[in-house]
Design a protein around this ligand. Sequence first.
Ligand SMILES: NC(=O)c1ccc[n+]([C@@H]2O[C@H](COP(=O)([O-])OP(=O)(O)OC[C@H]3O[C@@H](n4cnc5c(N)ncnc54)[C@H](OP(=O)(O)O)[C@@H]3O)[C@@H](O)[C@H]2O)c1
Length: 283
Amino acid sequence: MGILDNKVAVITGSSRGLGLGIAERYAAEGAAVIITSRSEKSVERAVNTLKQQGAKVAGIACDVGDLDSVKKLRDFTLDTFGSLDIWVNNAGLSGPYGPTADLSIESYEQVLDTNIYGTYYGSVIAVRHFVAQGSGKLINLLGRGDKGPVKYQNAYAPSKIWVRSFTLALAQEYADSGVGIFAFNPGLVETDMTQQVAAIQGYEAKLNPLRTIRRMWGNPPEVPAEKALWLASAATDGKTGIEVQVLDFPRVVRGALGEGLLRLTGKHNTVPLQIEVIPPAVP
Ligand SMILES: NC(=O)c1ccc[n+]([C@@H]2O[C@H](COP(=O)([O-])OP(=O)(O)OC[C@H]3O[C@@H](n4cnc5c(N)ncnc54)[C@H](OP(=O)(O)O)[C@@H]3O)[C@@H](O)[C@H]2O)c1
């Protein structure tokens, strides 16, 4: 018996990284899960991985920044498993690190399309379905910048403050509907997003501290996935508007103390970081 038995969950951006970690955790607790991301091949690969783990799983490619694609995702879920109980708007893009005017308009828009429109479309589609059935859990992913400005991350950071504000307002609007609407910041997670980064030429060295920060505060996807499981479970029935921040004060202190100890003993290893250097956009 699992705590998500008979539940059906959609996790966007679940072909790898945190989304895959959440899908694996939900499936291990009995949920039927839908794997989805832009790349059909990656979806297929992740579906096969989950099948080998004995999961009830199906997959479909979907770009969350495209409304028709998100509607197809909902229809595919209902056609495949017959119901829909949990929707996690996890798909996210960080964009290149650097001064705002040096980013190409296209790369900026891609971040907003995924993080803002993707969350908006997914939320509206899920909330309409959940309100009609009088139950359901919507989980929207926060990230760095969800509480204020971050220099050189001026697409990602404001997109996440938007997600936070949008999600908490949505929770207030549907407070008496039986639907749980939650904002979830997973902290620093060891995924492609933090291991394969892009920077505008001349700004790549500014990303070097990420190696230390990851060593201090990074978690494998399994750690935040456990919190995402709690949010989706019956433990939050009757609740809404909860905001979870995995990287809380005790974790920050533990990470800093651990780093101090590693340095004292000379045991701090080099954390791999791939930086793609991008020329500044032509005016
Ligand atoms: N990693 C961290 O430290 C961290 C910290 C705070 C918050 N978060 C948040 O956690 C979420 C997951 O991050 P992650 O670290 O797991 O990222 P990741 O490793 O880069 O994985 C992102 C996933 O989203 C998919 N994706 C990207 N754009 C998409 C789109 N337009 N439509 C559909 N799928 C899309 C990717 O697959 P395709 O490329 O095939 O589409 C992939 O499956 C994001 O919302 C991120 O902002 C992460």
